[in-house]
Design a protein around this ligand. Structure first.
Ligand SMILES: Cc1cc2nc3c(=O)[nH]c(=O)nc-3n(C[C@H](O)[C@H](O)[C@H](O)COP(=O)(O)O)c2cc1C
Length: 358
């Protein structure tokens, strides 16, 4: 098997030991203050054999939380715990980007500070169920369309969260603009019915994400900012079909700014991905995103053929903390237990054994 995947890669200002990225994965283990438990330090340390870890989705503000148990990075206490995680990952030879997620219309007022509403680009309800702060399952509420002042506040929130992440010792941040959360809701005509400068055209729909990305770049340097997108993705009741122009406009707009990377979930429309890859000048990361397996035989040709510089892998990292070593040594991989993805506690979190001595 060719071994480019095990070779180092320069990402912005850091060197990665290999081309394998641990994909961002929400694990819902944070407390009500959005602080991760100490077991999260072990969880990430165990997985530091990935060239890069992208953390679980993390709210940049209390108003951006859409699920119980997701961590934040907008208070000192949250930041202090991220600092312990970043230290542990670095000590084990890894690199860490914190993924920033504002959930927009996916959420519930019970998860938000008193008086906060669920906000989105437009008042378009997601036809799905969400979990309240008490753990009840209820229909997703109809969001209120944001004012432009509210948009400006949120852009600032991302930038201050990015500054906190780097102050905590993280190597950078990833803006979660995939899978139907706030930036994706702006990108997609199905959820963005705005007629102001934040909608109405590919450039209008891309504007929010461009502003967020540039604000984060101003705060920490563009080479510490990655962006994750899922063109055409349907997750979270998105209707993002026939929206190629928006993604091409987005990439053309951002291409000259020296961002760390573009991270795409590869859908069925591979021609768009080829074009995005062609137009994106820095590191390109691909996640096969439920479309196939993320096993070695699937991801090796992606890097070998130059489809992407790095590949991100999700669930295999949950059940194989030392995945890259297992791949390198040809050791067996364990399967994951979906029942413990989001349940809290150490079971299915820090108790998957390493097959190697890492
Ligand atoms: C438990 C779980 C949590 C996830 N949470 C996130 C998340 O917080 N942010 C994100 O961008 N993607 C999230 N994803 C998607 C993964 O990053 C990845 O795209 C997906 O698992 C497909 O890759 P895989 O086939 O290698 O697992 C999550 C996936 C799983 C299984």
């Amino acid at each position: 098997m060719p071994d480019t995947i095990f070779t180092p890669w320069k990402l912005g200002r850091v060197e990665l030991a290999n081309r394998v990225v641990m994909a961002p994965m929400t694990r819902n283990r944070a407390d009500v203050a959005g602080v991760l438990p100490d077991s999260a330090i072990d969880y990430y340390r165990q997985r530091a054999g990935a060239g890069l870890i992208v953390s679980e989705a993390t709210q940049p503000s209390a108003a951006g939380q859409g699920y119980p148990g997701t961590p934040g990075i907008h208070t000192d206490e949250q930041q202090a715990q991220w600092a312990r995680i970043a230290d542990a990952v670095h000590e084990a030879g890894g690199r860490l980007f914190v993924q920033l997620m504002h959930t927009g219309r996916i959420g519930h007022p019970s998860l938000l500070p008193e008086g906060c509403e669920v906000l989105a680009p437009s008042a378009v309800r997601a036809d799905l169920e969400v979990t309240t702060a008490d753990g009840e399952t209820v229909p997703c509420p109809e969001p209120r369309a944001m004012t432009t002042d509210e948009i400006t506040t949120i852009v600032h929130d991302y930038a201050s969260a990015a500054a906190r992440a780097v102050a905590a010792g993280a190597d950078g941040i990833e803006i979660h603009a995939a899978n139907g959360y706030l930036p994706h809701q702006f990108l997609s005509p199905g959820t963005n019915e705005r007629t102001d400068e934040y909608g109405g055209s590919p450039a209008g729909r891309a504007r929010f994400l461009v502003e967020v990305a540039r604000a984060c770049a101003d705060a920490i340097g563009a080479d510490r900012v990655g962006i994750r997108i899922s063109p055409g993705g349907q997750f979270n009741d998105m209707r993002d079909r026939d929206n190629e122009d928006t993604y091409l406009t987005l990439v053309d707009e951002l291409a000259g700014d020296g961002f760390a990377y573009l991270h795409t979930l590869r859908g069925r429309t591979s021609t768009l991905h080829e074009e995005l890859r062609r137009r994106w000048p820095t590191t390109y990361v691909v996640n096969t995103g439920y479309m196939g397996s993320s096993e070695l035989d699937e991801v090796t040709p992606i890097v070998e053929d130059g489809v992407a510089d790095l590949v991100s892998v999700g669930r295999l990292f949950i059940s194989n903390p030392d995945l890259v070593e297992r791949w390198r040594l040809g050791l067996e991989r364990s399967t994951w237990d979906e029942d413990t993805f989001y349940t809290g506690g150490d079971t299915g979190y820090t108790d998957y054994p390493s097959a190697t001595s890492r």
